[in-house]
Every structure is written in C-alpha cells, then in structure tokens.
Design a protein around this ligand. Structure first.
Ligand SMILES: O=P(O)(O)OC[C@H]1O[C@H](O[C@H]2O[C@H](CO)[C@@H](O)[C@H](O)[C@H]2O)[C@H](O)[C@@H](O)[C@@H]1O
Ligand SMILES: O=c1ccn([C@@H]2O[C@H](COP(=O)(O)OP(=O)(O)O)[C@@H](O)[C@H]2O)c(=O)[nH]1
Length: 913
C-alpha cells in the first residue's frame, strides 16, 4: 500500500502482543518467587534480606514488614522488553489518603505511631515485591514546624512520607467531599438528602478543598519522585491526582486503583463534578477496579457522560488510551495462617473457646459504616432467634464494630442506631447470665482478631455495598481446621470470588438472611468442608502480593504499548512550515474535507439545545473569512472534497466534490459526475429497506440516501444501544440481501455506510484533477498540495494518491521532514499529476461529456496522455502536506487535533498570499 511508505510500523519487527508481554512477566515473576523461596531455605547468614519475625510481633505490623527489602525483583527496561532478576527493585510510590500508621502526639517532638484500620491498609501491607514508599495523610493536624519535622522523621523509619493537611481542608475534603459525598454515592446511598440546599451550597467549597488536597498530595509525590518510579494512586480520595501528576510530568507512570465500587453511570451522573472527576482519572495510564462490573460501569460513565470511545482495552480520547481493567485485591494469607501458630493467638483462642463453650458463635467484623449493613445484620439475627426458639441459648453473635470517620454526622447517627437495636434485642432474648449479641465498639489487635476468625462457626458479612471486603478473605484464611461457614452479601466485591463457597445473601432481605443463618448453623460437615476448600484455595492463590505485582506489571506493559501506539500516530502538522512553503509557491492546491474538518464540533451527548441543527453540519462561522480569502487568491485552487451530499458553497469561488468525489462543480456551475461507468446501483433499494428498519427501531438515529451511497448514522442515539443495533445491522448486511454485491460496507465511529467498491476519494481525485486543470486552463504547474480531512480509513487513499511520487528510500522515521526534491515526471505515474502543461489537447481527446437531467456526465475514458516535457505538477516532496484531522491513526503524514486547529491553519494561510 503506497501510504505505508511513511508508516514506520510496517518497518518494525513483529512486536509481542500485550498478552504475550503479560504472560512472560507472570512467568518471570513465578521464577523470581521460586528463587526467593529457595533462598529463604538457606542459613540466615547467607541471606541479605530481613524476614518478618511474626513471633515477636505485637501488633498488626512491625518495622520489618514495612521495611522488608526484597532480595529478587524484576524491572522492565526503557522499552519494557527485558526483565532483570536480582537487579535493583522497581521503586513504587504508593499514594493513598491514609498511611498504614496513624500518628498520636505525645509531646512537642514526640510521636507514637499506631496501625490504621481498613482494607486498603491490609491490602497494601501485603505488597512486598517492590521498593515501596508510602505517601499519605497521617490522620492528624500538625500545624507547627517542629511537630511536622519530628513526625516526618518518625514516619521515614517506616518508609512513609506525610502529606500535611490543615484542619479546614480535612473537614471539607475528607469529612465533606470524600466521606459525605463520594463515599455514599459510590455505595449507592445517594447524595445527602435532608439538608439538600445546604449541601448544594457547600458542595463547591468541598470540591475546591478536594482539588486543593489532591494538589498537596501531588506536590509531595513530585518532591520524592525519581525517574522510572511507578506512582500508584489509591481510591476515591485521590481521583484528581492522576491529572495533577501528568500535567507536571507526562512521562510519569501513573496508575489509579479504586477500592470502593464504581457505581452505574446513572448514579455517577448525579455528581455535580462528574465530568472533572472522570477526566482527571483518565489522565492515568492504567485504571483498576476490584471487579469487572465496576470497570464496566466506569467505561460506560466515560462513554455516556464524556462521550468518549469505550473499547475492550479501555477508554480512548483523541488517540490517548487509558487502560481499564479489573484487579481483585487479596490478603497476605500466609501471614494469617502462620499467625494461628503463635502462642498469643493460641491463648486467645483458648479463652474464647472456654467463654463460649456449648454455644455456636457467629462473627461480624466491620468498620461502623452504613455500607456494612450492621443494622440489617442484627435485625436478621433477631428474626432468626424469633423463628427458632430452640437456638436462643445456643448461639451468640459477636459483632466487632470499629469506630470510623467519627466526625461525620451520618456515622454518629449510625452508632446510636446500632446501640439502640442491640440493646432492644439483648433485652428481648437475653437472660441474667447471657446475651445473644456481644457488640464491641472498638478495634482488636491482629492476634485477637486471628483468634476470633479461627474459633467462630459462621462469619456474617451483610454489606449493602462493599468494594471487596477483606474480612471475608481473612475469615477463610483462618478456618483451615474448623471449616466454618461464610455468609456473604452478594453486594460485596468478594461475592464474585468467594461466591461459590459462601452462602450468598441479599442483605436487604432480612428473611433470607435469617434463614441462611439457620442453614449455616445446621450445615453438615462434608458440605462445610467442600465450600471452605473452594474458598481457601482462592484466598491463598489470589494474594495482595499477586494483586500488586499484576497491577504494576500491567502498568509497565501499558506504558510500552502506549509508546508503540504513539509511534503510529502522525506527528502534528508543522503549521509554520506549511505556511512558509505555501507562501513560496505559485500554484497551490488545497484539498479540504468537510465534516469534522470545516464544521463545528458536535456534541454527541445531544444535550445542546441546538442539537437538531447539528444534524446538518454547517461551515464554521470563523472559517468563512479565511476560506473566502483563500478562494479569491488567484494562486490558490480550493477543492472541498466531502462524503456528504451536494452542499451549497455557491458564494465561494471553489471546487466542490460531493459524495466522495462522485459529483463535482465549480462555484455555481452545473454538477457533473465523475462516477466510473457501469457503476451499478441496483442494491440501493434493498439496503434502504434495511436502513429504514433500523432507523425506526433506534431512537435518534437517521439515514441519508445519497446517489452513490447510503449512510445510517447513530451518533445521537444511546451509545451502547446504537452499537448493538449497528452490530445487528452489519451482520444482516454481510449475510443478507447484498452479500454478493460488489459493495463496501464502511463502518464509521457511529455510522454505517454502504457504497460501491469503486467509490472512494482517492479513486475520484484522478478524474477531479483532470477536470480542474482543464477547466482552469492552468499554465503553471501545481507546486504545493495541502490535503486535510477527517476521512474514513477507506478514503485515506486520497493521502496516498500523491505518495508514489516520492522516493521509496525515504526512511520512515523521517516522515515529517522528507528532504529530497522530487519532480513528478516519472513515466507511468498518475494521469492527473502528469498532465503536461502543453498537452491540454491530449486531455480533450480522452474526455467526453453527456447530459442526464441536470447533471453533466464527465467521462474520462482512459488515462490522460502525456508527452515528454514540463509537467502540470511540479511538486517537491516538502511541498506536499497530507494531514488527518481528529484521527488517532492515519496514513497521513501529519495530523491536526481538531477543527479548531484547521481554523488556525487556514487563517495563517489566508494571511500569506
Ligand atoms: O481510611 P478510612 O476513611 O478510615 O477508611 C478505611 C478504608 O475503607 C475503605 O476500604 C476499602 O478497601 C478495601 C480494600 O480494597 C475493600 O476491601 C473495601 O471493600 C473498601 O471499603 C476505603 O476504600 C479505604 O480508602 C479506607 O482507607
Ligand atoms: O479491629 C479490627 C477490625 C478489622 N480490621 C481490619 O480492617 C480491614 C477491613 O477491610 P475490609 O476490606 O473488610 O473493609 P473496609 O473497612 O476496608 O471497608 C480488614 O483487613 C480487617 O482485618 C482491623 O484492622 N482491626
């Protein structure tokens, strides 16, 4: 294909696919782990790594765990192709609102660090394969410099870097925007209702604080960033961060992971800042979610709310692809399993067993959060006791409710509500010596919790929505000997991975939960064993380590792919050069596309009042003046080459080629056709039938019948429905009435066009040029060609039409600056280009006209002949500019981002006569 002369990709050796890269990375990871494991068996003196000492751990983590170096690791080189073992570890900057430790002040410069509670911390503490630094908020206001320095020093020992947020920012950003707006919305609780007006009023200031806080995080990242680092941003607190980081350094490798659900686009639509948040997240290279559902919702929000293109790989915006995928988190299962052997844990287990001897024990462990469904859980337990009097003294529910976000009024209300229900039920079913519900408003240490997980019979997780829910994983990890039953909400992300082994429930259905409690308590041992085994296998193989390694591996591969893709995108048009060459030339030809080139950008979301008007695209008003000037310049010929039917440009002195060049006229002249002879149009009626059918069934779609093609357009329809309908339509066309016709079915972004195979812009240009040269009686050769348009791939033959005239030795890598001067006098080159200045008579001989109604038929019966001598086209290679508009991939030499840039270009040209 001639155009590929400049497409460097055709010169590249076969590159591995994304999947090949990922599989190779996975293999290497396994190999590296194997090396590590072997090394761990060597005597300690031969090891250079510090292994965590669980025997001595008294709380969730210890220095060793956070500081643990990695003895073997992987790294991708600059182009991501080679992985090194045992070389330096890949640096990973984990950025999350919460640090794994929260700070408590004991004096002016003295701090105590306590373990933070929550799944995010648990998951990230399991990440050990990288050289990790953790950047986050220490959960405390430190207004003074002495305090800040001392805290930074204490945190440094844990490889943590603080972001200092003042009280007001925390109030507006964390309590307000994060926990009162985003958190409930992402968990389908909706925006705050009761003080609606007040919320709306304060919304903007909370959002401003959110952006400000994100910028503060970005500043700290920038301060500590080293080239090649992977920056992994976490959660809904930091949706603005990817944008802040990329704006400062577009080369930074940025990933973003959401720990909560991402709701349906219908929910996200409610958010006043919906656009900004989505756009900011899309600045990341890779965006991850716990489940495919959340990822799907996000892509659909980008399609429906931003009007962007969602593909199986992710979301595309102007050629930039943000990869979107699911990465279900896990836990450091080994740590839990090993902990069960520790004496402290064994002691706790003994105490618990004695305390609840003779009774079955059910366990709930949750932050005291409305998403966890604690009231629903307790009410279901009450119903179970009510309906099963025989169980009343034989079962107890231990509910650990860890206080969280206590400054937010909703959380305060929830605390009192839960206390009230627990009190009522204990009063109803308790006795002097025993109560059915043990409710604890505090967190437990790691050993206590492991013991609880190990000795209880049933775990009850009734989240109304939950990103993942690691408590369910931890419970399974600790149940290898007891094989307890997990009752799990179907609205927790964990339901997708542990669903087969757990009893899944709808927490809103109190009756169903109550009967599931009965089912779990009565479950025979073999069924418990089977269910547990299934889940245990999953928990020990899908660990936090694997989660992080997979995410970072995918991020590295995404960057490599983006680089490869970027190389396929033509470089930006050097406007200055194009203008400079233009002003130096004497007989210029400007070939301009129409739709999306000279027209105003359309709002495909259809929210503008003017939407109906947009159905018929019109020339941008800001182009009228420059276009007129260009048309009136005697040294310039303007040809508008459009796919559309015959537009009206009668007050411009230009050539208009409609329907992909099949019809041509000059200014107000008569239309003539350049259609090849014998173009069969017998297929039109059957295709029209099909298009009518789909238009009727696809709201806001439309179809247009042109003389040489039919086009069905669904750009204003619901994107997903439109795509489904297009798929059906295509299927039908390919297999149905026209399957044997010599037609092209051309798929646009949101359109389907059917046309005869011979109808393309490249095919028509030959005949059009012949007519222009003849009609204008050109005496001077054309010495400048600029061809710009938002053309379909099929029509890009217009760009390559001129390319065969260029020397084949032009290296692909210098596509933008083709240096050689070429004269188009090569024998056998295209007819129109080779029209001799003094051979107009030859043209005449090969052309004939006929009249049909009001259309003049122009028939070029053969190649226009050419005699030796001077040429109509005297084109130097660097006087030829082919340029795509708003296309991510193209065979053109250059690209312009949008029709706005077309305006800039044409204005400049018009000013240089
Ligand atoms: O930091 P807090 O405001 O105190 O809240 C604690 C964490 O809660 C959320 O955890 C989520 O992450 C878990 C691990 O991915 C997941 O299993 C769980 O379903 C989520 O709720 C929150 O997303 C974190 O940012 C908080 O740190
Ligand atoms: O007293 C406690 C109770 C729970 N957790 C931990 O908090 C995390 C809760 O994570 P999950 O994903 O279940 O929900 P989240 O609280 O993050 O929404 C789990 O790792 C628990 O082990 C804790 O550290 N101390």
């Amino acid at each position: 294909m001639p155009g590929n002369l400049y497409n460097i990709c055709s010169n590249l050796p076969a590159t591995p696919t994304r999947l090949e890269r990922l599989l190779r990375d996975r293999e290497l990871r396994k190999y590296s782990k194997c090396l590590n494991d072997c090394e761990a068996e060597l005597p300690s003196s031969t090891q250079d790594c510090f292994s965590p000492d669980l025997e001595s751990s008294t709380c969730w983590f210890n220095d060793e765990e956070l500081l643990e170096p990695v003895s073997a690791s992987r790294s991708l080189n600059d182009d991501g192709e080679r992985l090194d073992f045992r070389a330096s570890k890949q640096r990973l900057l984990v950025v999350a609102n919460r640090l794994p430790v929260s700070a408590v002040r004991h004096g002016e410069d003295s701090w105590q660090l306590e373990m933070s509670v929550g799944g995010l911390v648990t998951a990230l503490l399991g990440v050990k394969e990288f050289d990790t630094r953790w950047i986050g908020w220490a959960g405390v206001n430190v207004p003074d410099e002495i305090g800040q320095k001392a805290l930074a020093k204490a945190l440094d020992e844990k490889r943590c870097i603080p972001v200092f947020l003042d009280e007001e920012v925390v109030h507006q950003y964390y309590n307000g925007y994060c926990n009162n707006i985003l958190w409930p919305l992402f968990h389908y609780i909706g925006l705050p209702q009761e003080d609606r007006l007040a919320t709306t009023r304060s919304f903007q200031s909370q959002f401003d604080a959110y952006k400000k806080a994100n910028q503060l995080f970005a500043d700290v990242v920038n301060e500590h960033y080293e080239e090649g680092d992977v920056v992994w941003c976490h959660d809904y607190h930091l949706m603005f961060l990817p944008k802040c980081l990329k704006e400062r350094n577009s080369k930074m490798k940025v990933g973003w992971f959401l720990h909560t659900p991402f709701p349906s686009s219908e929910i996200h639509r409610m958010l006043p800042s919906r656009l900004e948040l989505l756009r900011s997240v899309l600045a990341a290279d890779l965006v991850g979610f716990h489940t495919y559902d959340y990822a799907r919702h996000f892509v659909s929000a980008c399609t429906r709310i931003l009007g962007l293109e969602g593909t199986p790989e992710g979301v595309e915006d102007q050629g930039k692809l943000t990869r979107i995928a699911a990465f279900p988190v896990g836990i450091d299962s080994e740590r839990f399993i090993k902990a069960l052997e520790l004496p402290e844990v064994q002691d706790h287990m003994k105490v618990l067993k004695q305390r609840f001897a003779g009774r079955k024990v059910m366990l709930g462990v949750d932050r005291l959060d409305m998403i966890k469904g604690i009231p629903q859980k307790i009410l279901a337990f009450e119903k179970f006791l009510e309906e099963n009097p025989n169980w009343r003294n034989k079962v107890v529910l231990l509910q650990i409710a860890v206080p969280t976000r206590t400054d937010v009024p909703e959380y305060q209300k929830l605390t009192s509500q839960v206390h009230e229900i627990v009190g009522r039920i204990n009063g109803r079913f308790g006795s002097l010596t025993a109560v059915p519900i043990h409710h604890l408003d505090r967190s437990l240490d790691f050993h206590e919790l492991c013991a609880l997980y190990a000795v209880t019979d049933v775990a009850l997780v009734t989240s109304l929505r939950d990103g993942m829910n690691l408590v369910s994983y931890e419970y399974v990890a600790c149940q290898e000997s007891k094989k307890g039953v997990l009752i799990l909400s179907e609205f927790a992300g964990a339901a997708q991975s542990l669903g087969a082994g757990a009893i899944l429930v709808n927490p809103w259905n109190v009756t169903e939960v109550a009967s599931s409690i009965g089912y779990a308590l009565n479950m025979p041992a073999d069924e418990r064993e089977k269910r547990h085994h299934h889940n245990f296998k999953h928990v020990i193989s899908h660990t936090a380590q694997e989660w992080a390694a997979t995410f970072v591996s995918e991020l590295n591969v995404t960057i490599v792919e983006a680089q490869l893709r970027t190389r396929q995108i033509p470089p930006p048009l050097p406007i200055e050069v194009a203008v400079d060459r233009y002003s130096c030339s004497n007989n210029r030809l400007l070939i301009l596309g129409f739709n999306a080139t000279l027209t105003e950008p359309v709002d495909t979301l259809g929210r503008k009042d003017s939407q109906i008007n947009e159905w018929e695209p019109k020339l941008r008003p800001d182009l009228q003046e420059p276009l007129r000037k260009l048309c009136d310049d005697p040294k310039t010929t303007v040809l508008i080459l459009s796919g559309s039917a015959r537009n009206n440009f009668s007050d411009y002195n230009l050539w208009l080629a409609a329907e992909n060049g099949m019809f041509l006229r000059v200014t107000t002249g008569d239309w003539m056709t350049t259609m090849p002879e014998n173009l069969s149009m017998e297929w039109v009626d059957s295709v029209k039938n099909v298009f009518e059918y789909f238009t009727d069934r696809t709201p806001r779609s439309q179809f247009e019948v042109r003389e040489t093609s039919l086009i069905w357009n669904y750009k204003y329809s619901d994107v997903e429905f439109g795509r489904l309908q297009a798929r059906d339509l295509l299927q039908h066309l390919w297999t149905g009435p026209i399957s044997n016709a010599s037609l092209d079915v051309v798929q646009g972004r949101r359109s389907v066009e059917v046309r005869s195979v011979a109808v393309t812009k490249g095919a028509a240009i030959d005949r059009i040029l012949g007519e222009i040269v003849h009609n204008k009686g050109m005496k001077e050769p054309i010495d400048y060609v600029l061809c710009i348009g938002h053309f379909l791939t099929k029509d890009e033959d217009i760009y390559t039409f001129f390319e065969p005239e260029l020397p084949s030795e032009v290296p692909a890598s210098v596509r933008p600056q083709v240096p050689t001067q070429v004269r188009t006098s090569t024998a056998g080159s295209r007819a129109a280009l080779l029209l001799k200045q003094n051979s107009m008579s030859a043209v005449e001989q090969n052309k004939s006209y006929s009249i049909d109604g009001d259309t003049l038929h122009l028939m070029v019966t053969d190649r226009i002949s050419f005699q030796e001598g001077s040429s109509v086209l005297d084109l130097q290679a660097n006087d030829y500019f082919s340029c795509s508009v708003a296309r991510k991939r193209s065979n053109s030499r250059y690209r312009l981002q949008s029709s706005d840039e077309v305006v800039t270009l044409l204005r400049e040209l018009a000013d240089h006569r």
